[in-house]
Design a binder for this molecule. Structure first.
Ligand code: ASP
Length: 371
């Protein structure tokens, strides 16, 4: 029991207010998670992905290093990935069953939890910017289809022709899906959605996600990416999260909000109150149960956000889904968690971390600061 309470106290000490030497800013990006086969990744292909990830990371990092906002950093990083044909967002989006590209995006500001989202948009070059315009220039949070496009035109967005978004590789994926009666997962196995999360020097956080969805989607299917709370969430009291993966499962778990809510509980509840409540609960359960509680606690404070993200991703896996998340915390952690073989990703912090990676375990440095 004593050991358990000591662990609780240790975990509670990870409250961000206690952080020392925490990075002043941090940024994480993703370009989709999935079953990536190292054998199929030629050096040229790898170099192309890494170059575009690095460009997106550098654009966001520069804004944060210069004292700019988390919101601007998130948008800058995502626009670069939307404009790259390599990722399943903006140009290069996957095809629907009907042979169109229908784009979804969402964005959220952790300062005031203002949020904007669009789904099923076919004519907007950078859906993340439209989502942000819904956030800042409408009374709404979520606009879909034709209405979202009318709103875009009314706010001065150019109308892009369908050919702008179409790429040969994505068209072939749809043809293969139809010819071989495959599922989206068989042809897409690397999802390719893009996202970014940032903490700026003022302590504000933001998150954004943009996608073409899943190959062969029909009937107006919408995944988690544009859903606030599922694919995207930001709250200065907790964290900023962007997700990628099999959207239906991420919606059911409410992944992005679930991670932030669990972190907020740890970080905003008075440590004494939490420790004594847990102690009492354990007392009632009988001290024999201490081990099972112990196992669920992170072994060190800096592992807390990682442990929570991993736990929520395990929940997604338990239901049958897969994918990954990126998050930043008020303490400056820049964290990845995914249950696929790879996730296109990158992170940079004011503490000198700057790296991009594709397959599992490729990180060179820990981006988790000492607290
Ligand atoms: N989450 C996206 C969706 O379900 C797909 C992805 O992450 O690539 O629409």
């Amino acid at each position: 029991m004593k050991k358990f309470l000591a662990l609780v106290a240790l975990a509670l000490m990870s409250q961000p207010a206690l952080a020392q030497d925490a990075p002043k800013w941090s940024l994480a990006i993703h370009g989709g998670a999935g079953t990536l086969d190292p054998a199929q990744m030629t050096p040229e292909k790898r170099a192309a992905y890494e170059a575009d990830l690095q460009r997106a990371l550098d654009a966001g990092a520069k804004i944060l290093a210069d004292g700019g906002s988390a919101m601007d950093a998130v948008k800058a990083a995502i626009v670069i990935m939307e404009d790259s044909p390599l990722f399943n967002a903006g140009k290069g989006a996957v095809f629907t069953w009907d042979g169109t590209n229908e784009l979804d995006a969402s964005i959220m500001d952790g300062r005031d939890r203002s949020a904007g989202a669009v789904a099923g948009v076919k004519t907007v070059k950078n859906p993340i910017l439209l989502a942000d315009t819904v956030r800042t220039r409408s009374e709404h949070v979520f606009l879909v289809g034709k209405g979202a496009e009318e709103f875009a035109v009314s706010k001065g967005f150019a109308v892009m022709p369908p050919e702008y978004f179409a790429t040969q590789a994505r068209r072939e994926a749809l043809e293969r899906l139809k010819a071989e009666k495959l599922s989206a997962l068989d042809v897409d196995h690397k999802f390719g959605t893009v996202g970014a999360v940032a903490l700026d020097q003022s302590g504000n956080m933001a998150a954004g996600t943009s996608t073409g969805g899943m190959t062969g989607k029909r009937w107006g299917r919408v995944g988690d990416a544009p859903m606030i709370g599922a694919g995207t969430y930001a709250d200065n009291r907790a964290c900023a999260v962007s997700a990628t993966g099999w959207g239906e499962y991420f919606i059911r778990v409410g992944v992005a909000h679930e991670i932030c809510a669990r972190l907020r509980t740890w970080w905003t509840v008075d440590p004494q109150t939490m420790a004594s409540a847990l102690g009492e609960a354990l007392e009632k359960a009988g001290s024999d149960d201490a081990n099972s509680f112990e196992l669920r606690l992170p072994s060190a404070p800096e592992d807390l956000a990682q442990a929570i993200a991993d736990d929520v991703m395990a929940d997604v896996a338990a239901l049958g889904g897969d994918g990954g998340v990126i998050l930043v915390t008020p303490a400056g952690d820049a964290i990845f968690s995914f249950n696929t073989t790879g996730m296109y990703r990158g992170r940079a912090t004011s503490a000198g971390v700057n790296e991009v990676a594709i397959f599992g375990g490729e990180e060179k440095a820990s981006a988790t600061p000492d607290h």
